[in-house]
Ligand binder design. Sequence first.
Ligand SMILES: [Mg+2]
Length: 395
Amino acid sequence: MGSDTQVNILIVDDKPENLLALDAILSDLDATLVRASSGEDALRCLLQQEFAVILLDVCMPGLDGFKTADLIKSRPQSRNTPIIFLTAVDIGEVSVAQGYLAGAVDYMIKPLVPAILRTKVRVFVDLYRQTAQIRQLNADLARRTAQLETAIGALEADIAARQRVAAALRVSEEEVRALNADLEHRVLERTSELQAANAALQKEIAARKRVEAVLRELSILDELTGIPNRRELNRLLRGEFNRSRRYARPLSLIMLDIDHFKDVNDTYGHPAGDAVLRWMATTLGGELRATDRLARYGGEEFAILLPETPARTAFHVAEGLRHRIAAAPFTLEAEPAPLTISITISLGVAGLTAGALAEDDLVQAADLALYEAKRRGRNRTVAFAPALLAARVAS
Ligand SMILES: [Mg+2]
């Protein structure tokens, strides 16, 4: 705004020629001159606008200059408006003092010197303009400050909102982290539970397998002698029989029986009989080839399966066994001294031939030969011959 500021100067004089003169003196000040012809008129003008300076004639009918100045200074809106008193006569020291008491800032005696008056008025005009500029600057500053304060307020609200959001996010992030940790913990717990359950299961399975193995062994082995029992011999025989038939390989079977075994039991008791059976299993087993299979067939009867062996060779094996048993008497631990008991065996031998159609036939053939060995007086080996079968059928 600056120099655009509207500057008004009030000139008050009861004489129109004086007003005209003032008008002429002040016309080049770039200010609006407002004329008032009386004190009352001046006060009316002051109600309507603001003035940079008031030039006030002292001697006027009605309200004179001093009374008018009093009223001007009594109004808050115009209290600071500078007043220059103008008078035609030298009114002396008293009047000057009175003028200053009324709040005037200057005092000029007519006839006025135009250049001096113009200079003095210009000072007030400049002062008014500067004051107006400062006031304007203050207003701008206040407005800018208010705008900044508003902006800062908005910024602070925004920051607070962001902080609230960040805090909320942090909380939910922590919740998610806590949930994850809990989940991982539960997975680990469940995993170790499953591992423990699995380990227990594996242990149980292993224990069952051991039990099964023991049961299986028990079911295939003779309890007294520890060698395969009759069921196991039949299974082995079935396998070897099929293999022999398929590949046309020889297969023989020896059936043997302890001679007069009933006498051993009757004379020395059943425990002695059991000892003889165990000794028999051990001794026979020690004499056999690795591929031959010895089994307790039942009671005092044993069977030996000889794969890849023709009947003639099996006969020699049987004879070897018979001599071995007959040559080494059994020693029974007894009180007061050990007892020596002579034991002999009878043996029947049969080999697989084209005529034998089933494994049962082989067993029956060996059995018939054994029966024949017993019949002929025991402690001997008899090889199966078809004639034995015919004799048996005949009897
Ligand atoms: Mg006058």
